[in-house]
Design a protein around this ligand. Structure first.
Ligand SMILES: Cc1cc2nc3c(=O)[nH]c(=O)nc-3n(C[C@H](O)[C@H](O)[C@H](O)COP(=O)(O)OP(=O)(O)OC[C@H]3O[C@@H](n4cnc5c(N)ncnc54)[C@H](O)[C@@H]3O)c2cc1C
Length: 355
């Protein structure tokens, strides 16, 4: 019997599988390779909220844990996935400069926001009012990390298919899926959770993000630029540009409107010619109260959920995966803020019915 079936292989599925591997537990990952947000994300690991100049919830704690965790993963998989890079926050006027100066003195933020206002010397960017530097963070190459772990694991530990919810049989001692027995099942489906008949009561809102991939050989690869949007280096001369936010359209289909918006924002800061190589979209698994979703099903003790990573999967998934692993295997409690118990009143269903 396996220790767990993991449904989904984005950041949540990867990190939970990693926990299982570290504890010599047997697992099977089932994931539809065609959907998901993780492979489309920029991969920025940032504990600050640069729009409102606040720290993300428990940002420092999540960051400290994530940085150590990614170092371990890099060493064990023998690949550099995490790149320390500053964010250069570009200002459009003096008001933004002042906001930066005030924010850089705030407790928490002061460890990350350098108070100096830098002058733009880089001719590839339009000079408005200089920039500030956000330090001690970086960018994860999510796609490479996911692919590398999968390649190193036995092929039989990964099934590429759409999960058939009707094929799951739930018993008191575990679950059976297409003849595979496991002690538990952990759903890490991102926005796909909406189709999950056991956890669809959870208030996953979803927020669509569109982005561009551009080719711009003259642009520096030594930083992430943040103006109205992010410009983040990927491989070769390619850069990730994004992203938009929409809570109306919940599809992963890119739109002309989204593209026009991205190009307009990009042109407000970029001073060089570029070529648009790709335009894509995905839905972020955001929750009504902006906190992750972790826990066990109210009726079935073998069904778990790991979701709600929102806009900060890179930052939060390492620690959350440890919390969930320890909860499943040692019944250790994690903070109430992330527990799905907070939405128990949303759940209405007949009493537990095992097969
Ligand atoms: C445009 C954009 C940019 C982003 N940039 C960043 C960033 O820079 N930094 C950051 O930290 N976060 C970023 N995010 C957010 C980040 O992508 C998410 O927090 C994170 O990827 C969520 O991971 P997840 O594993 O929960 O979900 P997903 O990555 O969506 O993975 C879900 C998995 O479940 C599988 N699945 C779902 N349903 C089924 C089913 N029925 N059967 C089989 N498989 C199923 C999917 O195939 C997929 O493998 C961004 C998101 C978007 C959209």
């Amino acid at each position: 019997m396996l220790d767990a079936i993991i449904v989904g292989y984005g950041l949540a599925g990867f990190h939970y599988a990693w926990q299982m591997k570290q504890h010599q537990k047997k697992f099977l990952v089932i994931a539809d390779p065609l959907v998901g947000a993780s492979r489309k994300a920029a991969g920025i690991c940032n504990p600050t909220v640069l729009k409102r100049y606040t720290m993300a919830w428990e940002g420092k704690m999540f960051l400290d844990f994530a940085l150590k965790h990614y170092t371990t993963i890099e060493a064990e998989l023998d690949n550099p996935f995490f790149h320390s890079l500053p964010i250069h926050r570009y200002f459009f006027n003096g008001i933004e400069q002042n906001e930066w100066l005030v924010a850089s003195q705030r407790s928490g933020l002061s460890s990350f926001l350098n108070p100096e206002i830098e002058k733009t010397t880089d001719k590839t960017l339009k000079d408005k009012a200089g920039y500030g530097i956000v330090e001690h963070l970086g960018k994860l190459d999510i796609k490479s990390m996911l692919n590398c772990f999968k390649e190193k694991e036995e092929a039989k530990s990964f099934w590429e298919e759409v999960f058939d919810y009707e094929a799951l049989k739930i018993h008191e001692y575990g679950v059976i899926y297409k003849g595979i027995k496991a002690k538990s099942i952990v759903f890490c489906e991102g926005f796909g959770l909406k189709k999950n008949p056991w956890f669809d009561y959870l208030p996953l809102v979803g927020s669509k993000g569109e982005y561009l991939i551009i080719k711009a050989p003259e642009l520096s690869r030594e930083r992430i630029v943040k103006g109205a949007i992010f410009i983040a280096p990927i491989e070769n001369d390619l850069f990730w540009i994004g992203a938009s936010f929409s809570q109306k359209d919940k599809t992963d289909v890119p739109t002309d409107l989204g593209k026009d918006w991205l190009i307009q924002k990009l042109n407000s800061i970029l001073n060089i010619p570029y070529e648009v190589i790709n335009h894509e979209a995905a839905v972020r698994p955001t929750v009504s109260d902006r906190r992750p979703l972790l826990g066990v099903h109210p009726s079935y003790s073998n069904l778990y959920v790991f979701n709600g990573l929102g806009t900060r999967g890179v930052l939060m998934a390492p620690k959350l995966s440890q919390w969930l692993y320890e909860f499943v295997h040692q019944r250790k409690q994690f903070p109430n803020e992330v527990a799905i118990d907070r939405f128990e009143s949303y759940f209405s269903s007949p009493k537990t019915k095992y097969v």
